[in-house]
Design a protein around this ligand. Sequence first.
Ligand code: PT1
Length: 265
Amino acid sequence: MVMGILNVTPDSFSDGGCFYEAEQAIARGEQLVAEGAEFIDIGGESTRPGAVPVGEAEELRRVIPVVRALAAKTRAVISVDTRKAGVARAALDAGASVINDIEANRTDPELWKAVAATGAGYVLMHMQGSPQTMQANPCYDDVVQEVGSFFEERLRRLEDHGVHREQVLLDPGIGFGKTLDHNLALLRGLKVLSTVGRPMLLGVSRKSFIGRLFDAEPDQRGGASLACALWAAESGVTVFRVHDVAMTVQALRMREILNNQTNTR
Ligand code: PT1
């Protein structure tokens, strides 16, 4: 399944903030669904390296009208990319059914309580540090093993707060406190992480490790982004968080056709 990225931020790293206004964001969301996205991931706070945090009032103002409109207008699953319990609660109330929590290394369980109370889906993403500092000096002995242990530990902790394993998707958090080598090790180690036993989600689309490898700007990273998605599909990833929805849907479908020895939908 493909999760289309919908940034409702003025400083988004590859959309340049052109979908900042609610109406444009809603139109873009409908387009993502038309292109084949089964999830829309709506985010009001950029979390790419070095991004500036956003206050709760501003995040609510950006995100909630878009969640409400797209939940009513489309049949896509609405996911909200937020670290704030208040935003998660309001979003679930407005029609979202998945919380994409990039700060699963959190100490405050308030957001988990909102997920537990509603039975919503929950994306458990690994990050070392915070978006402000995470790329300063990422450090692991064995990144794949450490991310796997993090998933196991957090799944237990989530259960203690009433969030069941069945609600959870796992995400290694490509680019979140990882060097180029760490990101490649995680992509190579996806099969190992799949043994944790929950579905996996992956976000590699246009990220800077691709820029490093190919000396390419974000809008020139589509080929490698697609290759990573196909590679990850081979390793058991089932949800792909991407900018280029139509291309990714087509590539994954082509792979499926070849695997199934069939030429029809
Ligand atoms: C992700 C993800 C996300 N990525 C989930 N949510 C971002 N579940 C936002 C770079 O190195 O992978 N999974 N929400 C965007 N974050 C980044 C991180 C964007 C790194 C760019 C980079 O360029």
